[in-house]
Structures are given as C-alpha cells and as structure tokens.
Design a protein around this ligand. Structure first.
Ligand SMILES: *Cc1c(COP(=O)(O)O)cnc(C)c1O
Length: 391
C-alpha cells in the first residue's frame, strides 16, 4: 500500500475508509487497486509465506478490502474475508476447543442460533443461551456456577437482530476474560463506525459484510478481524481448508461500498433516529425499539459504548401480525425484502420466517433505513401504517 499501515490507523475512521487499501503512489500507477481475475499465479518451487499461489488459499485481490475493514475495527491484523457472514461465524466458532461451552445471546441472529444449536447437537460445543442484556445473568453463566465448566467462548451480538437488545460490551468482556473465555462480537448492526469491540477488549469481531459494509444489497460476504496473531492464523487456515474464500469481484464490490460507508452511515443513522421518534407517537404503533430512544432499556449502555445507534428500527404494531402484513404490502418506498444496511430502505415482518425466534413478536416489523429523503420515507410509512390500522 502507499503508506505504512500505522498511517491509516492514526486517521479518523471516516478518512481511513477512503484512504486505505490503495496501491503505491508511483508515477503512472492506478489510484484504485487492480482486480485480479486469476485463480492461480506463476509459482515455482516452494511458495513463500506471502506469495500468491492459488486463490482459494488466499485471494490477493481482496487484500485491500481486508486492510480497510481491519483498520476500521482498530485491529492489529487485517480482516479475514469470507464468502458470507455465516461462513465468517462458522470460522469464529472453530476457535472454541472441542466440547467447550459457548455463552451466547438467546436472540442472536437466527442463522447464528441455528448454527450453534447444530454444533451443540453434534457434540462439538456446549451451549448456554440467555438474553445478552442481562449482564449479571450472563456473568453468572460464564463462570458456570451451576456445576458446569467455565465458558470457553462468549458470543456477543449488540444490538441484537432484530430485537435490538444492547449488551454491556466492556463489562461482559472483562468477566469472560476472567474465566479464560475467548470473546467474539458480531458487529454487523452497529458497523465499526458505530462501535469498536476490539477497543473494549474483544478477541475477534465478526461481520456480515452483506449488510452495512457493502451497503448496496448486491453482495454476500463476511469478515472476521482477530486481535491475536494465533487466532488470525487459525481463521485463515480454516478458510483455506473449508474453501470459504470469496471471489475477487465480490471483494471489489465491497471495497467500492466501503468508500462511502461514513456518508451512508451518517445519513441512515440520523434518519433512523428521526423516524424512531416519529413512530413513537403513531397511533398504529405499539412499541418502537431503537437504541437512540430514551425509552430503550439499553439506551444508557448504548450511549456509553456506541458512536452511532444504527440504521435498524423494530416496531410492534397494535393490530398484530395481520396489520404488519398490510404495512409490508402497502409501502412504495420501503422495499418489502429481507436484509438490512443497504442504500435502499427495506422492511419485513420477521416472524414470516419459520426459523425466527419465538420470542420475536408476531407483529414485529424490522425496518432498515436507507439514504433516501427522510420525509419521503416517513410519508410512505405513515400512509401504510394508517391503512393497516383501518384494515
Ligand atoms: C445477516 C446477518 C448475519 C449473516 O450474514 P450473511 O452474510 O447473510 O451470511 C450474521 N449476523 C447478523 C447480525 C446478520 O444480520
């Protein structure tokens, strides 16, 4: 890259996301890194440690993208890019020793919950799932006071998807380290511009880059940033052997998206906070969940550990699941689709998925606020909610 890595880590994150991951500033060289569409590279004899040889082992085309994410998270290592968020999560779980106990949120992303339950059914891990915002209970579960061994891993997701519970990151991480557990934090909803779990002391940070980092709903990717070199090496080995290495084209799209992360995040976070406040006084809405609201039980913790409250709002409708389905059928600006963090606003009733946790209310709609004009978004939402109330 054009400057030493430390040059970028000293920059503000919004500058680093633009500046990092670029070629050397040599006369005639491109400003953007070239995208290398090659599965294999000229290689004679024993390839050197950092030498490109075969793109499943390590795709050199994605190094600039990996550098940007690693620097944004404040990591000493670059990110390890994976073919999806779930592949990244699978890799992070591989850091748990055989039979080790994982303490995790009972309302983690439903895919994370499904994977953890499958690993537990296979005997690969043991599982203690509980609400991650109940700090004292989580600390108790880490120690294993009920006769079970201390936890081997603490899995944190904060805010959780879609209930937006807030975990007390620094307090839980301290307690986990006291019992020798590795801490992984899924930072998908907040983004590294909203919170930096490695600064709290976390060992690895996990992302679904399919969401806010990519930001355009056009790719599926995941990333893990590890604080320790041995974890970083283990994650790279896992990716190489399992073949969860992403393509050069997806890596390019992600880098392209990352360049505008700060602008997109600023706009969508601000609009989300505005819409959350307006939704609180809408007659069709029973509950509004957004960490920016003083009515959110985790607002104080969120304020202390986050620099941005995120683009996701969850609401519960007074009219139940039926009313929620009417809203999803009546919006014209909000795309009725799953996923979040794109430039285009989206919403969905989460319990339409059979795999969603039973604790997620039937009437809950998850809204992902994009970068459109906030008053257009409000007008569309207002008319759909009003129709739902009278349906
Ligand atoms: C979407 C999501 C994932 C899974 O990521 P994919 O890229 O869809 O595999 C994991 N965690 C959270 C919080 C998510 O929202």
């Amino acid at each position: 890259m054009s400057h030493a890595r430390s040059f970028y880590t000293d920059l503000s994150p919004d500058t680093a996301t633009v500046a990092a991951g670029r070629p050397e500033w040599e006369q005639g060289e491109p400003v953007n890194p070239p995208v290398l569409f090659s599965s294999t590279f000229i290689s004679r004899g024993v390839p050197g440690e950092t030498e490109a040889s075969y793109s499943r082992y390590d795709n050199p085309s994605n190094h600039p993208t990996e550098q940007v994410i690693g620097i944004l998270e404040g990591g000493p290592n670059d990110a390890v890019l994976f073919a999806s968020g779930m592949a990244a999560i699978d890799a992070a779980f591989s850091l748990v020793p055989m039979g080790g106990r994982v303490v995790m949120p009972s309302h983690a992303y439903n895919g994370t919950g499904a994977l953890a339950r499958e690993l537990a059914a296979q005997g690969r891990i043991r599982l203690s799932a509980l609400p991650i915002d109940r700090t004292e209970e989580v600390v108790g579960a880490l120690a294993g006071g009920d006769g079970s061994a201390p936890a081997a891993m603490l899995w944190i997701e904060t805010p959780t998807n879609p209930l937006l519970e807030i975990a007390d990151g620094p307090a839980l991480i301290k307690a986990a380290h006291e019992v020798g557990a590795i801490v992984a934090v899924d930072n998908t909803l907040a983004t590294p511009l909203g919170q930096r779990p490695l600064d709290w002391g976390a060992d690895v940070v996990v992302h679904s880059a399919s969401k806010c980092l990519g930001g355009h709903s056009d790719l599926i990717l995941g990333a893990v940033v590890a604080a320790a070199t041995d974890h970083d090496t283990a994650l790279r080995d896992f990716r190489r052997i399992r073949g969860a290495t992403p393509s050069a084209f997806d890596g390019f799209l992600l880098l392209r998206g990352l360049r505008t992360l700060a602008l997109r995040t600023e706009r969508s976070n601000a609009s989300a906070a505005t819409l959350a406040r307006r939704l609180e006084s809408h007659a069709a809405v029973e509950t509004v969940i957004h960490p920016s609201l003083t009515s959110h039980p985790g607002h104080g913790v969120a304020k202390a550990q986050m620099t941005g409250f995120g683009c996701v709002i969850s609401i519960e409708l007074a009219g139940g699941a039926q009313a929620a389905d009417v809203v999803a059928a009546q919006t014209k600006s909000w795309a009725p689709a799953t996923s979040l963090g794109g430039v285009e606003s989206m919403l969905e009733r989460r319990r339409r998925w059979p795999g969603e946790f039973i604790d997620v209310p039937e009437s809950l709609i998850r809204l992902s606020v994009g970068i459109e004009n906030v008053d257009d978004l409000w007008a569309d939402l207002d008319q759909a909610l009003t129709r739902a109330a009278s349906a």
